[in-house]
Unconditional design. Sequence first.
Length: 223
Amino acid sequence: MGEYHIRTYEDRDYEAVRTIFSQGIREHAPAACWHVLRCPQTHLVLLAIFLVAYLISASLLFACGVLAALLALGWVQMKGLWVEYVDTALATDMKDIRSSYLEAKDSCFWVATSRDEVVGTVAAVQPENPSQWGKALELKRMSVAKPHRGRGLSKALTRTVIHFAQERGYEEVVLGTSMVQYAAQRLYEGMGFRKVRVLNPSCLAKLLQFYVYLYRYKIAGSR
């Protein structure tokens, strides 16, 4: 961690922050696609389509071609979901970072730098539904550039949010992460976060058994 410095976001960080966030989210699309392909429901649907295509055409080549086209379409759709999530974030809170995180009450946005280059981000903000969480702050927009992972930077950014919440009298830090963000899950659980809820973002996600995990961290010394 000696080569890294964590500081509050500045306007000059804008493009670098948005790039790191976008790249960090979009890289999970392949893992999400593989998860869908491993689901029994997906296997049954693909088998049914293959059999129908074969019965209609009496051609194995045609049936295989239909499956290949369907898989390609599925990949495009899955990738599109992650792109849509990124685009929505870039058009909302990440469009005006200063207003969303630095001017809002009990909120902040930090960057990690290495030789003046932004290589990581994290934010703290009040949850959208505070009544569901009690006296808690939400950790958001955690992302570390690939070449700088595995060096304790994510832990340091997480601790920054925890200390920020503690200094302001909050009792907990909460966050959400998808089931395919395996490294994030290991990080948070290793730091003492507990998985408290499992959500389905949509009916399609429920069908494909794709979940979002909600985590909670109890700040030491809080009641």
